[in-house]
Design a binder for this molecule. Structure first.
Ligand code: GLU
Length: 290
């Protein structure tokens, strides 16, 4: 896989981000992953089918800055989006052969099971319950649950302070489930997408928002001076690429592609052009071929 980036445009984009705060990430500074043109796959595999079609449907988030945010171009932008492009490119599919579909936390398994999407790359934690319903390649990143409050809030400093507080999170997500089971004294206010928690936090209808640290970091950066993250991460959220259960060949192929992207610099370039505008470059996690 070849990675091309324009350093000049990237530096300019970084300067704009620094001076204006984060408005949208990605854009002209995104790495361009060229599709592998001479790949061949065994007949009958998902890879052969997608390569033949020259098209793939990928589920991602549309409201999460840094990982998946639908920008002015109409296409989503972010680290998950770039990971999706890396996988498409390895299948011989260019970025314009990708159909992006919005998946929210609660419909990811269903969309995969119904064949509405070929894969999901959407801040999607690998866990045993979900593995009963779908398969996962990866992880390609590990996040952790944290809490976001208004900048001026000094009462909430960690999950134990959530007792009696109104806490917004998203139905069908692991952070909402963790509040229900491990912090039952918190009053969970569930919604369907994290961006729907922002206005209630601003106007005091909820006291806190909880989900993965990197999602909250995107909201903090996008809304300068309004919100802050408190406390340390209190879970491990290994992000996987969801695909149909029992499609082992496709899962192995995506795992191979992720490992190659760690080696050839495309994973790092994807990070630097998106989440890396705000967050430190992490070590890529070992893929788990369970
Ligand atoms: N990673 C967590 C999950 O998969 C939270 C983020 C999300 O809801 O997308 O549920």
């Amino acid at each position: 896989m070849r990675v091309r980036r324009s350093r000049g445009i990237q530096a300019l984009a970084a300067a704009v981000v620094l001076s204006l705060g984060l408005t949208a990430c990605g854009g002209d500074d995104e790495p361009t992953v060229e599709p592998d043109e001479d790949v061949t796959f065994d007949a009958g595999t998902t890879m052969a089918e997608l390569n033949e079609q020259g098209a793939i449907t990928i589920g991602t988030k549309f409201d999460q800055p840094l990982f998946g945010l639908r920008g002015p171009s109409g296409d989503p932008e972010g680290f998950d989006v770039e990971i999706g492009k890396i996988i498409a490119a390895a299948l011989g599919i260019p970025a314009d052969g990708i159909e992006w579909v919005e998946t929210v936390s609660a419909n990811r398994e269903q969309f995969i099971q119904d064949g509405d999407v070929d894969i999901v790359v959407a801040t999607y934690t690998i866990n045993d319950d979900r593995k009963e319903l779908v398969a996962f390649a990866g992880p390609y990143f590990v996040a952790g649950q944290t809490i976001m409050v208004l900048e001026e809030n000094s009462d909430i400093n960690g999950p134990d302070d959530l007792a009696g507080m109104q806490v917004c999170s998203v139905e069908g997500s692991t952070p909402a489930e963790r509040i229900r089971t491990e912090y039952p004294e918190a009053e969970l206010v569930p919604t369907d997408a994290y961006s729907n928690c922002l206005e209630p936090l601003r106007n005091g209808q909820v006291d806190a928002v909880t989900t993965d640290n990197v999602i909250l970091s995107g909201f903090v950066a996008q809304n300068e001076g309004e919100f802050k993250i408190v406390g340390e991460p209190f879970s491990e959220e290994p992000y996987g690429i969801g695909l149909a259960l029992e499609d082992d060949e496709f899962r192995n192929f995506i795992n191979d592609t992720l490992e190659e992207s760690y080696e050839d610099g495309s994973w790092e370039a994807a990070w630097e052009a998106t989440a890396g505008e705000v967050l430190e470059l992490p070590e890529p996690p070992a893929v788990d071929r369970y």
